[in-house]
Design a binder for this molecule. Structure first.
Ligand SMILES: C[S@@+](CC[C@H](N)C(=O)[O-])C[C@H]1O[C@@H](n2cnc3c(N)ncnc32)[C@H](O)[C@@H]1O
Length: 287
C-alpha cells in the first residue's frame, strides 16, 4: 500500500516488484495524479495496481492485518501531529503481524523544513512512529530516485513491536523469520488439535517458553492468534499437545511446537534457525 502515492513514483516499481501474484494499493486524496498513475501503469502493461481516492482523513478503508507493506514516502508532513498519530495507528491496524512499514520522511529540519514537520528532526518522527507500536528495523541511506531526480536521503523501515504479554517469545520467532519468507514447504501437522486444546482452557492463562524466553499470564486468545496467524505460511513445523492432571488434580495442557526454516527440511542442532516453542497452562491458583 502506497499512501499518498501521487503519480506513482514508488507504486509502479512496487507493482513490478510484487509481480502478478501481488497487488499494490495506490492511495491519494487527489484523483488527477491517480488517473495519471493508471495511464502510466497501462503503458507499462501493469495490471496489479488498484488506485483508491481517499477522503483526506487519516483513516484507511482496509481490513485489519491484511497488508504486507505500507509506504509513507514524502507524505507525513501533510498531517498535524494528532493526524499523524491517527494515520500510524491505522497503518498498525492494517499491517499483518509480520508486515513492514517503510517511511521516507521529507521536510524535517534536516531536509527543506516545511509544513507540519518543519520543526521536527527525523529522530522526532522516529519517536512518534515507535510511540504508535512500531520498532525500527533498519534503514537505507544513500541515493534515492525521487520526483524524477536522484537525491540523497534516508528511508527507514519499521515492524510492529507486538506489545503483548509474550512479546519476547514472539519477537524471537519473528527475528528468526527475517528474510526467510519465501520458504515454500509448510506443514500444519498438529495445528488443529493444538487449537482445540487451547480452546478447552479458555478461562486460563498460559506460560510461553521459546528458547529460554519465558512469558506468563498470556491470555488464551493471544495463544490462539499467534498459532493461527503467525505460524502458518512461514516455516515448517510440527506440534504436539498433551492434556494431563497435575498433583492437585487440576487439568493442564502442554503444547509443543517445533519448527525450522531453511533450504533443508531437516532440523538439527547445526541449523541456527530451528526453534522450539512450548506453551503450558497455568493452574488457576498460580495465575
Ligand atoms: C509530495 S507527494 C509524494 C508522492 C509520493 N509518495 C512520492 O514520494 O513520490 C504527497 C502526496 O500525498 C498526497 N496527500 C497529501 N495529504 C493527503 C491526505 N490527507 N490523504 C491522502 N493523500 C494525501 C498528496 O495529494 C500528494 O499526492
Amino acid at each position: 500500500m502506497d499512501f499518498g502515492c501521487r503519480v506513482g513514483h514508488y507504486s509502479i516499481p512496487a507493482a513490478f516488484a510484487v509481480g502478478h501474484s501481488g497487488t499494490v494499493y495506490a492511495m491519494d486524496q487527489d484523483q488527477r495524479p491517480l488517473d495519471e498513475l493508471m495511464e502510466k501503469a497501462r503503458a507499462c502493461g501493469l495490471e496489479n495496481i488498484k488506485t483508491i481516492k481517499t477522503s483526506g482523513r487519516p483513516d484507511l478503508d482496509m481490513e485489519s492485518r491484511s497488508i504486507d507493506v505500507v509506504l509513507l514516502y514524502d507524505v507525513l508532513h501533510y498531517f498535524v501531529q494528532s493526524q499523524r498519530q491517527a494515520l500510524l495507528r491505522e497503518v498498525f491496524r492494517v499491517l499483518r503481524p509480520t508486515g513492514l512499514l517503510s517511511v521516507y520522511p521529507k521536510h524535517t529540519l534536516e531536509d527543506w523544513p516545511s509544513k507540519e514537520l518543519k520543526d521536527l528532526h527525523v529522530s522526532d518522527v522516529v519517536r512518534e512512529i515507535c510511540a504508535c507500536g512500531f520498532r525500527a528495523d533498519g534503514s537505507y541511506d544513500g541515493v534515492i530516485s525521487h520526483d524524477d531526480a536522484l537525491i540523497s536521503g534516508r528511508v527507514m523501515n519499521f515492524r510492529k513491536a507486538m506489545d503483548h504479554p509474550w512479546r519476547g517469545a514472539n519477537m524471537f520467532l519473528l527475528d528468526r523469520l527475517k528474510g526467510h519468507k519465501s520458504v515454500g514447504s509448510t506443514e500444519s501437522e498438529g495445528l488443529g488439535p493444538v487449537l482445540e486444546t487451547v480452546e478447552q482452557f479458555k478461562d486460563r492463562t498460559f506460560k510461553v517458553r521459546a528458547r529460554g524466553i519465558r512469558a506468563s499470564h498470556v491470555p488464551v486468545e493471544e495463544v490462539r492468534r499467534f498459532l493461527q496467524e503467525e505460524l502458518p505460511g512461514y516455516y515448517t513445523y510440527t506440534a504436539k499437545t498433551l492434556v494431563y492432571k497435575d498433583r492437585r488434580q487440576v487439568r493442564q495442557a502442554r503444547v509443543e511446537i517445533k519448527g525450522w526454516i531453511g533450504l533443508s527440511r531437516r532440523m538439527n542442532r547445526y541449523n541456527p534457525l530451528d526453534f522450539t516453542c512450548t506453551v503450558c497452562t497455568e493452574s488457576p491458583a498460580s495465575a
